[in-house]
Design a protein around this ligand. Sequence first.
Ligand code: HEM
Length: 445
Amino acid sequence: MVGDQPHRRLRDLARKHGPDVMRLQLGELSCIVISTPEAAKLVMKTHDKAFASRPRLLAADLVFYGSKSLTLAPYGEFWKHAQRVRSFRSIREAEVSDLVASIARAAAAGKAVDLSTMLPALTTAITSRAAFGKSQQLTTDRAFQVVFDNISEVLGGFAISDLYPSLKWLPALTGLKARLEKLRKASDSVLDRIIDDNRSRKSSATTAAESKGDDEENVLDILLNLQESQDAGVPITMDVIKAVTLELFMGGVDTSASTVEWSMSEMINNPRILHKAQQEVRQALGDDPSLHRLKYLDMVIAETLRLHPPGPLLVPRENRERQVELNSYVIPANTHVIVNAWAVNRDPRYWTEAERFVPERFVDRSIDYTGNDFQFIPFGAGRRMCPGVSFGTAVVKLTLASLLFHFDWSLPAEQKSINLTECFGATLRRQYALHLLPTQYCSVL
Ligand code: HEM
């Protein structure tokens, strides 16, 4: 019913049947769809606590160890502790400079590069170093890529068995259960190996400095320490540790990569904007390598996230405990809540020429990723908003600044413009791979 572009279809349906709050019956699932800033504020601020749980979905249950990850764990003490996502600056810089070197080789050979492959590879490398440390990077990069692509595909849509939870035999009949169990086994074996390695590295380290492992403390270290100190308020089991590290990949890889891809696509289609952003980067970074001065690039990123939020429908919520009154509608307990952030970010009552890519609209408007501007919610809002905002925006900004600083970009000869068709999945990616021709501008940053 919602088709392969559910964010668009739900926006169109909401315009007809319930601009603020629309009720949908999807199989046995009672669902409301939120499509305006006003209603989003009611769900994610006024009644944030009541709507802070995530519904239990089969794919998430099986792949994320019984919904024990950050996204799917019911709101509580554990979640507060588990949000310690750091910015990992040195890791970002090292990996982005490897990307620049490999694009430089293609540029020297006069070849186009496939950014749709290179950017997720970059964010996978950054995430696996942040999650497990440098020594595990190669193992995780290769093994996880396959598992992870499959998980993204499975989590991307509405599984028919989630719409009919009373039909317990449905997942087996559709083959979904077998597929999910296979995925769980594959990710389990990679994670078990990494955790064992990490433990034996720690126990064989003789000094505090050595026990820190590679370049800095990684997320696995943080979780294992929490487990040992029993400081988290809830038991940190091995399943929780695995679910959380797996979720860092789910949260961190495709979101940042697709934001960079969409930014590049929009800029190539708007050469004036590309030129302006490039001028700013080259002037500013010429004398001071601080990214803080890149105000126009910040606007380009914000405008990209407005039009192409990687999570167009956020992550569904649920009022598990009790019924809630919303805009004079009574929402019964256990209702599935979808916030259409994609529709909110394009609400024509608040955004002039809402469908156009115009970074300058942020000149007179602050860029607020804290979840307090309900007209602009690419990271969600409230208790369940994205904990990876700083990590994600830092990766996106450094990558874009480096691509713009080091290279001039053009379309391969046979192409006239970039096709902006979307592909809805666990994140909103481009339908077609982004191939661009780099020309080296300067070899030293
Ligand atoms: C441009 C980059 C990113 C965007 C646009 C983005 C967007 C989002 C959105 C929309 C949500 C759902 C929020 C809600 O339901 O209200 C979310 C949740 C989440 N994100 Fe991100 N994200 C990004 C990067 C990251 C990174 C880098 C990480 C981890 C390192 C991360 C980890 C998570 C986690 C763990 C959640 C679940 C939070 C919860 O349910 O409590 N994200 N993200």
